[in-house]
Design a protein around this ligand. Structure first.
Ligand SMILES: C[S@@+](CC[C@H](N)C(=O)[O-])C[C@H]1O[C@@H](n2cnc3c(N)ncnc32)[C@H](O)[C@@H]1O
Length: 264
């Protein structure tokens, strides 16, 4: 799917919040190699270069559009790699591996965790964050409309990729089975968004993208008219803005080091 970095960064402050909360639980002090899988425009990856100025920081993404918008990260010394994270191999043992708001786009990503962990040094960290809001009206209404008789031949689940993620407990079980000490949690942010059709505009940056990509221009207008009306009813605009409950799932795991107890 094609990403639009400008639109994705429309709500950059709100989208950044879970990343900072996630990284706040990673206690690495002097990592050598830090990898951000699915770094997107890498504005958040660049904050890792500020936090760990001595580290080699590598951002990996499969979207040329996103990487083309990553100049500020490049200027901050982040190395950017155009690759599919499912196949990419890091240039050496990884001390901190991050994947923020990305694994929901990778089918069956729990099965990928053993391979990702195999790149992390004993005592190193893996930190991931995914959406936990697939039962929220923003997604339910989108999929109900896509599955309706008018659209299902074009937009049904077998035609257009739908992001998917697991509950926090599933990440705990998967990572603990890989010899990690796991810290997992969930947070629901209540974002108060300004402007008209705020939730529709929010969804245009992420979950709505693959749906609109599958349609021509007149179909897009028709679909967005219906979806926008449903969202306006589900998320009424208040004098102070439109409230979007944004539930996220977090897991930070440290690979147990059976030989050494000190921090990396
Ligand atoms: C929602 S954006 C998150 C970007 C960034 N991590 C952030 O938090 O701002 C998801 C990113 O994952 C990337 N992505 C999705 N599947 C991928 C894959 N298989 N390999 C590499 N990147 C992938 C997309 O290209 C996109 O840039």
């Amino acid at each position: 799917m094609r990403w639009d970095p400008e639109r994705y960064l429309d709500y950059s402050a709100e989208r950044a919040r879970p990343f900072h909360d996630l990284m706040g639980r990673v206690a690495a002090t002097a990592p050598g190699l830090v990898v951000d899988l699915g770094c997107g425009p890498a504005t958040l990856t660049a904050t890792l270069a500020q936090r760990w100025p001595g580290a080699r920081i590598v951002g990996v993404d499969s979207s040329e559009e996103m990487l083309a918008a990553a100049d500020s990260a490049r200027a901050a010394g982040v190395e950017l790699v155009h690759a599919d994270l499912r196949e990419w191999r890091p240039p050496g043992p990884v001390d901190v591996l991050v994947s923020n708001a990305t694994l929901q786009w990778v089918r069956q990503h729990l099965e990928l965790l053993p391979r990702l962990l195999s790149h992390v040094v004993p005592g190193g960290w893996i930190a991931l964050q995914v959406p936990g809001n697939f039962t929220a009206p923003s997604h339910v209404l989108l999929h109900e409309l896509a599955d309706s008789p008018r659209w299902r031949n074009r937009l049904g689940a077998d035609r257009v990729q739908r992001p998917a993620a697991h509950d926090a407990g599933d990440y705990v079980a998967a990572l603990a089975a890989l010899d990690c000490a796991v810290d997992a949690w969930e947070t629901t942010y209540l974002h108060v968004l300004p402007g008209e059709d705020a939730v529709l505009e929010w969804m245009r940056g992420t979950g709505l993208r693959p749906v609109l990509e599958a349609l021509d221009e007149s179909e897009r207008t028709e679909f967005v008219d219906h979806y926008g009306a449903a969202l306006r009813a589900a998320y009424p605009r208040r004098p102070y803005g439109t409230v979007l409950a944004f539930r996220r799932v977090f897991a930070v795991a440290r690979r147990l080091d059976h030989d050494r107890a000190e921090e990396r």
